[in-house]
Write a protein that binds this ligand. Sequence first.
Ligand SMILES: [Fe+2]
Ligand SMILES: [Fe+2]
Length: 166
Amino acid sequence: MAGLEWSEALALELPAMDEVHQEFVLLLAAVQEAADGQLAGRWEELISHTQMHFDQEDRWMQSTGFSSGNCHSLQHKVVLQVMREGAAKAAAGELAVIRSMASELAAWFVHHAQTMDAALALHLRSAGFDPATGALAHPEALPGQVITGCGGACDSSAERAHAVPA
Ligand SMILES: [Fe+2]
Ligand SMILES: [Fe+2]
């Protein structure tokens, strides 16, 4: 899948999350359009942004009742690890690895946003979570037990994470 573009199909009605996702889409497009000489640098920029993006979602999950080892956070970890392996390959001159990975990452992102991130956005909205302050308007809406799943999208999404080529 090439040429990922932002669309309303990716919007999750949580502006703080949507803004970061729009930035991700732009940075990934910049990778996909890069000439060979720009490719590794743009990939590094995407990795830095993705670390921030995933860390932020992981913090939101941990402050609203998710376990640190929940499947959404684990998927973030796997994807970043694969991206870093791509950076190492690019440093060794294997640029084709990143080009292939970027295409897989575009397909992965659409699925991830529409399943795990959509479930997280719904969870945060229902608890009245304010991303700017971490305040919860409706803490009573959070479940009484630690959340280890991610809203029903775990199995298929986990498989797709592992499908990103190493
Ligand atoms: Fe996300
Ligand atoms: Fe996510």
